[in-house]
Design a protein. Structure first.
Length: 152
C-alpha cells in the first residue's frame, strides 16, 4: 500500500494528536463542570472546540491532497476497523452541528438548554474523537507491515 506523499506524511499524526487532545479536553471540561469549576470548564471546552476545528481543517486539507487511505488488514480486524469507521463517520457528521448548538446556547447564557443538549453532545464528541485516534492507529501504525519490511 503506498503511503501519503513524503511532504504530507506527518499530517495523519497531527490529526490524531488533535483528535486525542480534543477528547482529553472534553473529558476534563466535563469533570470540571461536575465539580462546579465553571471557568476551568469554559476554558477546556473552548480549547476542545479549537482543537476540533484545527483537526477538521487539517483533515480536509490532507484528504483533498491525498485521497482516502485503504485499510489493508484482513480477518476479524478488518470487520472491526470498518465497524468503527462507519460509526465514526456517521457520528462525525452529526457532532459538528451538535457542538455548534451546544456552544451557541452556552455563549447566549441559555444554560438549561445548554445542559440538555450537552448530555447528548458530550458522549458523541468523545466517541468521535477517541475512534478517530483508533482509526489512525489501525490505519497508519498497527496496519500490516510493507512487504519489504517483512524480509530478514
Amino acid at each position: 500500500m503506498p503511503g501519503p506523499p513524503e511532504s504530507l506524511a506527518w499530517m495523519p499524526t497531527l490529526n490524531a494528536t488533535l483528535n486525542g487532545s480534543s477528547a482529553l479536553l472534553v473529558f476534563a471540561g466535563w469533570r470540571f463542570i461536575r465539580r462546579k469549576r465553571i471557568a476551568a470548564h469554559r476554558a477546556c471546552m473552548a480549547a476542545a472546540v479549537v482543537a476540533s476545528t484545527l483537526f477538521l481543517a487539517s483533515y480536509l486539507v490532507y484528504h483533498a491532497r491525498v485521497g482516502s487511505m485503504p485499510y489493508t488488514g484482513t480477518g476479524p480486524l478488518r470487520y472491526i476497523y470498518f465497524t468503527i469507521l462507519i460509526s465514526h463517520t456517521f457520528l462525525a457528521a452529526v457532532i459538528v452541528p451538535l457542538v455548534a448548538v451546544t456552544l451557541t446556547r452556552a455563549l447566549r447564557g441559555r444554560f438549561e438548554a445548554h445542559r440538555r443538549i450537552a448530555r447528548l453532545t458530550l458522549p458523541i464528541w468523545l466517541y468521535v474523537s477517541v475512534t478517530g485516534v483508533v482509526i489512525y492507529l489501525m490505519l497508519y501504525v498497527l496496519g500490516p507491515a510493507p512487504a519489504a519490511a517483512a524480509l530478514p
